[in-house]
Structure formats: structure tokens, C-alpha cells
Design a protein around this ligand. Structure first.
Ligand code: CAA
Length: 720
């Protein structure tokens, strides 16, 4: 795991633990043995620590977190590196993260290639850099920089790290050769000034101001998330305590965080996100055995809000885009909006003017669908209407070349229905983007009964290329995201007519940890979206929904959202929805008496006596129908595993990652308790099918002891 060799008077310790040189027990042992050997060997005058393969080190081995500590601790290994009288040089490429950066900070010198990145991402796992990172970083760079880096987990590019003083030099050419040259240049020099434990904290005189400002930011940015707050306290202790006492304080805070439920949730999240990329179809085809269709050219149909966002995603990573609209006016408007979004990115320094011009030169607007004849992949993004989408796919079937992958950005309609309009259903696949498509990271890819493995591989690959987190699900009405979210919307509306107000519901859910509550989400995505979906479904079933409708499909139906729609209160875009906004497109949600009166009048018209609804009831009635639906989704194989559902909720609905997602949250509450509450609501609200408890949940809840989330799926086929 650590190869030891000498080159002249230099000992080279090369970490070799693919894929990312995590500091597992054998690596720590190897480094420990290696430095002892180098110190003992009188012919060795300097030491280099370097990583083999793609990276220096990604830090501690996260898989070891649940296990008892074995082998030398990282701090002990580091102490030996620092105490060496022979200069030790860390030679960095790829990423140098967490424990990896801690090792580098124990070395006397750090050199790196220009493309390297350093950082302390521990906070994203709900912990802090627990091998002296919080005590050593503010001794090499300013305390304000240390607080920022440690509390956000951001990676810092090598040139910036040089500016911060974290690196001593950026080298060009072969890293090992440069490291050897560097080691020779420092050979024989005293190492004392390079031992960070002997250095004062930089900027300690400004500690209080820096700490207060950083704490304000952290609390504002990440309500309810413990780790960033504790990280700041640990860095503060570096400035307030002698080095060794600071280490003890760091250790106490680290242990506290490590045993927290937030840390458990974030560790789960780390592996869940990576597991979601390892998709597999029921046929056995998988990410490991299927190659995507090479995509060099793309088309987007529809230049409305979604089409614009999708086009931006493609243009940003250099795909040429043929943008199709039905008339010139809509097309011009779409192109103008895309240009405005790019200009905004330039203004915010997210891209250069040149990059913007390049992106815009890659767009070919047209009203002629025939122009799509040669594209490798096309994404349809017109509004949610079955007949319209089928008509487009019928045309695409005739126009596009046989190898083209035909994607639909439907958010609810079954891909089977859309694909049936073509003679090549194997090429048709769902790519459900979330609004705003160029900002939201989730891509819910949807396969139908006929979608080919190659089409799936292509859209999963596309997701990666455009910087999305892709999750693969099986088709059904609403897929995973909207199918679960839909019940939240239903329950929220029912609570409104029973006695709640939008601001109450949102406050409870925001206090729970959601970045915005469900009523604000509805305003953000557009009240008309839900209206269109409900009325489309009703139309397909030959039903007319009116203001008098109390039941639809045998279920309790609340007409309040329809009433809001009829008033033209479509959400943020019209400046009015469940809230009032400062202007159309505004962001500041204000309580609106017109809505309060509408809700109260509606309850009176329905003959419902309004009552106070408790925080617990709001939380349960928003979360538990979604969780119950999540279990049904697993039962039906629409999602392959609970982790996929949770990934969808972090990236699609900003569910707090430190709570692990709705399925993980259910596991932490306890499935028997969740099941019991769902049964309670089912008894009280028999006309809402989302309260009928899922069979899988029932089976898991009645297991003699709690079933770990990784084993839930083994219960889906059991006959319990
Ligand atoms: N421990 C264990 N496994 C790790 C790991 C780690 N620190 N970092 C990455 N891996 C694994 C991943 O799980 C993945 O495994 P699979 O292929 O089986 O899914 C594999 O390495 C490759 O990882 P990615 O798919 O993420 O590869 P990437 O190139 O996209 O990203 C990376 C590489 C930037 C290093 C990213 O993996 C990453 O951010 N890793 C986590 C880094 C981190 O959090 N370090 C801090 C650890 S805690 C610590 O060090 C505490 C301390 O102070 C003592």
C-alpha cells in the first residue's frame, strides 16, 4: 500500500491504494514504517511523500468509519513525519483532501502540479478534520481562510493554495522529478521553521471578528447543520489554546460529531450517490457492460423555460444544439432568454465573454424539425400534453437517423405511451430535468418497457457530462420525484382547507430542514404545472374538474389549488401564487391577505370548521405520504433501491442531506413508528389512497428487529 524506494539520498514513500489512495489502515501503517525507515537510514537525507495513480490522497477511508480504529492513528503518523530531522516534501497531484491534506501539512514542504486541488471536505461528511487539520491549517494560512475552507469543504485549486501559503511551489513537468529537485534544494536545511506545530496562528489578532462573521454566514446558509458550526469552534480553539491543548479540543469535538445522526446520514449519502451511478436494468444490462451512443450533436424541441434551461446545459459543455420551436416569435424569445442567462453568468463571473460567445455560436435556432435529421440525441421539452408529445415523437421517428436517441422531458407521462407513437420504442427514453434546468442538479432518467440499454447508457452518460446527478428509474405515472411529491401537495392543500395557512406549513417544513417549504416550491415551479397535470389526467378519464369537485378517482379532492390557478396566481412568475412577490419573477415571498381570505372562504364553502394543526401533524402529513409512496415505488421496482429515492430528494427537492433523505429519515425514526402513524392517518382519512400503508413498509415494520436500509429490498419479494 506504500512503496518504499530510494533515489540517491532521497527516500520516496509512494502511496498505492487505488482508486483514490484513501488512508486505510495499511496505508497509515506503510507511511509509519516508511518514515521510520527513512529516519533510521543514514544515507537518506530527505523524504518525498507522493501518490501513485490519479491522485495524492482523498483522505481517510470512509469505509473504515464504522469500524473500531486499528493500526497507527493518522495524527501519530503525522507527528513522526513532522518530527523527522530530514526534510519531508509532499508532492501533490489530483486531489489532496481531508486526511490527505493533513498528511501534507505534517510534511515540512508541499509542492504541487497546477491542476491539483486541496481541501478539507470532512464537513460534508458531518465531521471535522480530526487529524490536526483544524489546528494546523490556520498556522499555514490566515485563520479566516482556514475557517472558510474547513466550514465549507470547498476544494481550493493549486494556484489559490499557493497564494494562501498552503503550498510552497507549483511545478511543471514530471512531478516526481520536480520533487526530487526540490528535495535536493532543501536537503541539510533546518526543518524547525517548517514544523507547523511550532508556528503561531496567522491572523489571531482578528479572531473574534473573523469567527463572528463566519458563524453568521454558516448559520444563515445551513440552518440545523451542526458540523460547520463545530468546525468553526475547532479552528477558533487553535488560536485560543496552545497546540497540544488545541489537539485535545479538536479530538473532543471530532468524537461528538462522529457519533451524531447527521454524520451517519452524510456517510450514507456519500455512498448512496455513488451507488446511484451503478445502474442496472431488469435484463441484467448495466453501467458496467453497456456503452453509450457517441453524442456529438444534439437537438432540443421547445424553446420555453425548460427547453432554454436544457439547451444551456448542453451548450455549456460544448454540444452544438439545434433549437426547434413552432414559430419564429417563440424561437426568438427563447434564444433571447438563453443569451440573457449566459450574460448573467458572465456578470457573476461564472464564465468569460469569450466562452459565452462560443456557446451562443453553437446554437442553431429553427422552426423546421427536418433540421434534426442528423443529430445524435434530441430532447423534447414541450408542455405536458400527451397528444402533443406523441405527435412530436411520430415526426421524430420519420425525421431522425436510426441511431439517434430520442429523449422526452416529460415530468409525469409514461414513457411507454410516448414511445408507442414511434416504430423504435427502444430509442425512446425519459430525461426529466428539474426547473430551472440549468441550475438544478438532478436528472431523473426514465426507461420504458422497451428502452434499450444503450439508450439508457447514453442518457446516464449525458447526465455526467452536463454536470448532473443522474438517477435511473422505471416508467410509471409521475416516476419517482413527482409521484412522491404529488402527495405532499395533496396533503398540504387538504391541511389548508382544514385550518392551516401556507406560511404555517412552510415554516414547519423549513424548521425541519427543507430549504424552502412545499407552498413556496409550488410557487417556484408554477401553480399551473399541477393544474395542467390534474386536468390532463381528468380529461383522459373523461371527467371534468370543477369548483364543486369533492372527490376525484374515488379520493378526497381539494379545489383550492385550482381556485388559485383560476385567479391567475401562477406563482413567482406572475408575482402571485400562494404568496405575493415584489414583482413577477420576484424571490421574496410575502403573506397575502387575498390568499388567506380565499382559503378561509373555501373552508366555509366546503362546510369545514377550521382547526389548529400542530407542528407534528404538519410534518407527518407532509413527509409520511411521500415516504409511504417511496415504499410502494420500491415494491413495484420503479426505483431499484432506497438510496436512489434519497438522491432524487436531495437534488430535486433540496431535502437536507444531513438528514439523509426521506427513506433514510424513515429508517432513523423507526419503520414501526412510521407505519403506525400512517395507519393512524389512514383511519382518519380513509378517502386518501396515499395513506393506505405500503405492503413493503408493513413487512419491514413487523420484522423482529430493525432492518438496515441496505437490506430493505430483500423483503420486497418476501411473503410475510
Ligand atoms: N474513502 C473511501 N472510499 C473513497 C473515498 C474515501 N475517502 N473517496 C473516494 N472513495 C471511493 C468512492 O466511493 C468510489 O468508489 P466506487 O467506485 O466503489 O463507487 C471511488 O473511490 C471513486 O470515487 P468517485 O467516484 O467519487 O471519484 P471522483 O473522481 O469523481 O472523485 C474524489 C474523487 C474527489 C476524491 C471524491 O471521491 C471525494 O470527494 N472523496 C471523498 C473525499 C473526502 O471526503 N475526504 C475526507 C475523508 S474524511 C477524513 O479524511 C477525516 C480525517 O480528517 C481523518
Amino acid at each position: 500500500m506504500v512503496d518504499y524506494r530510494t533515489q540517491g539520498q532521497i527516500a520516496i514513500l509512494e502511496v498505492n491504494n487505488p482508486p483514490v489512495n484513501a488512508l486505510s489502515i495499511h496505508v497509515r501503517k506503510g507511511l509509519d514504517d516508511g518514515i521510520s525507515r527513512a529516519v533510521r537510514d543514514p544515507s537518506v537525507k530527505a523524504v518525498i511523500v507522493i501518490g501513485k495513480g490519479r491522485t495524492f490522497s482523498s483522505g481517510a477511508d470512509i469505509k473504515e468509519f464504522n469500524k473500531p480504529q486499528e493500526g497507527p492513528r493518522l495524527t501519530m503518523v503525522g507527528k513522526k513525519l513532522e518530527e523527522s530531522d530530514k526534510p519531508v516534501v509532499a508532492a501533490i497531484h489530483g486531489t489532496c483532501l481531508g486526511g490527505g491534506l493533513e498528511i501534507a501539512l505534517f510534511c515540512h514542504y508541499r509542492i504541487a502540479v497546477k491542476s491539483a486541488r486541496v481541501g478539507f471536505p470532512e464537513v460534508l461528511l458531518g465531521i471535522l478534520p480530526g487529524a490536526a487539520g483544524t489546528q494546523r491549517l490556520p498556522r499555514v494560512t490566515d485563520v479566516a481562510v482556514a475557517m472558510e475552507m474547513i466550514s465549507t469543504g470547498k476544494h481550493v485549486p493549486a494556484p489559490k493554495a499557493l497564494e494562501y501559503g498552503i503550498l510552497d511551489k507549483i511545478v511543471q513537468g514530471d512531478l516526481l522529478e520536480e520533487a526530487v529537485k526540490f528535495a535536493k534544494s532543501v536537503m541539510g536545511k533546518p526543518v524547525q521553521p517548517c514544523r507547523l506545530s511550532d508556528q503561531p496562528v496567522k491572523g489571531a489578532d482578528r479572531l473574534v471578528q473573523v469567527f463572528d462573521a463566519a458563524m453568521r454566514q454558516v448559520k444563515q446558509r445551513q440552518r440545523g447543520f451542526m458540523a460547520p458550526v463545530v468546525c468553526l469552534k475547532a479552528v477558533r480553539s487553535a488560536a485560543e489554546l496552545p497546540y497540544n491543548e488545541g489537539l485535545l479540543r479538536e479530538n473532543t469535538l471530532f468524537t461528538e460529531l462522529m457519533s451524531s445522526s447527521q454524520c451517519a446520514a452524510l456517510r450514507y449519502a456519500f455512498f448512496a450517490e455513488r451507488a446511484a451511478q451503478r445502474w442496472q436494468l431488469p435484463s441484467g444490462a448495466s453501467a458496467a457492460n453497456t456503452k453509450p451512443v457517441p453524442v456529438k450533436s444534439t437537438g432540443v424541441i421547445g424553446a420555453g423555460t425548460m427547453g432554454q434551461g436544457i439547451a444551456i446545459c448542453l451548450l455549456r459543455v460544448d454540444y452544438p444544439v439545434i433549437l426547434v420551436e413552432q414559430n419564429q416569435k417563440l424561437l426568438d424569445k427563447g434564444v433571447e432568454m438563453i443569451q440573457l442567462a449566459f450574460k448573467d453568468a458572465v456578470r457573476r463571473k461564472l464564465m468569460t465573454e469569450d466562452a459565452m460567445r462560443h456557446c451562443m455560436s453553437n446554437i442553431s435556432p429553427t422552426v423546421d424539425m427536418q433540421q434534426l435529421a442528423n443529430v445524435d440525441l434530441v430532447i423534447e421539452a414541450v408542455y405536458e400534453n400527451v397528444a402533443l408529445k406523441q405527435d412530436i415523437f411520430r415526426k421524430l421517428d420519420v425525421i431522425c437517423k436510426p441511431s439517434a436517441v430520442l429523449c422526452t422531458n416529460t415530468s409525469t407521462i409514461s414513457i411507454d405511451i410516448i414511445a408507442s407513437a414511434t416504430k423504435r420504442p427502444g430509442s425512446v427514453v425519459g430525461t426529466h430535468f428539474f426547473a430551472p434546468a440549468h441550475i438544478m442538479r438532478l436528472l431523473e432518467n426514465v426507461y420504458s418497457k422497451d428502452t434499450s440499454a444503450q439508450a439508457v447508457a447514453t442518457v446516464m452518460d449525458l447526465g455526467k457530462k452536463i454536470g448532473k446527478v443522474s438517477v435511473l428509474v422505471k416508467t410509471c405515472h409521475g416516476f419517482v420525484a413527482n409521484r412522491m411529491f404529488h402527495h405532499q401537495g395533496q396533503e398540504a392543500a387538504l391541511m389548508l382547507e382544514e385550518g392551516a395557512l401556507p406560511e404555517h406549513i412552510d415554516k414547519v417544513m423549513e424548521d425541519f430542514g427543507m430549504s424552502i417549504g412545499p407552498m413556496k416550491v409550488s410557487d417556484l415551479s408554477g401553480v399551473d404545472i399541477g393544474w395542467r397535470i390534474r386536468h390532463e389526467v381528468a380529461k383522459m378519464e373523461g371527467v371534468e374538474l370543477t369548483s364543486q369537485t369533492r372527490f376525484f378517482r374515488g379520493e378526497r379532492y381539494c379545489t383550492l389549488p385550482d381556485k388559485l390557478y383560476e385567479l391567475g396566481r401562477l406563482g413567482r412568475k406572475t408575482g402571485k401564487g400562494w404568496y405575493r412577490y415584489e414583482k413577477p419573477g420576484g424571490r421574496v415571498a410575502m403573506v397575502d391577505d387575498e390568499v388567506t381570505n380565499l382559503i378561509k372562504k373555501h373552508s366555509a364553502e366546503m362546510g369545514i370548521e377550521r382547526r389548529g394543526i400542530s407542528t407534528q401533524e404538519i410534518q407527518e402529513r407532509i413527509l409520511y405520504p411521500a415516504i409511504n409512496e417511496g415504499f410502494r415505488i420500491l415494491e413495484e421496482g420503479v426505483a431499484a433501491k432506497p438510496e436512489d429515492i434519497d438522491v432524487i430528494w436531495w437534488y430535486g427537492f433540496s431535502f437536507p442531506r444531513y438528514m439523509g433523505g426521506p427513506m433514510f429519515h424513515a429508517s432513523q425514526v423507526g419503520l414501526s413508528k412510521v407505519y403506525e402513524r400512517i395507519c393512524y392517518y389512514h383511519q382518519n382519512f380513509p378517502y386518501s389512497s396515499h395513506w393506505v400503508p405500503s405492503d413493503l413498509l408493513r413487512k419491514l415494520a413487523s420484522a423482529p428487529s430493525p432492518v438496515p436500509i441496505s437490506q430493505w429490498m430483500s423483503y420486497s419479494q418476501s411473503k410475510l
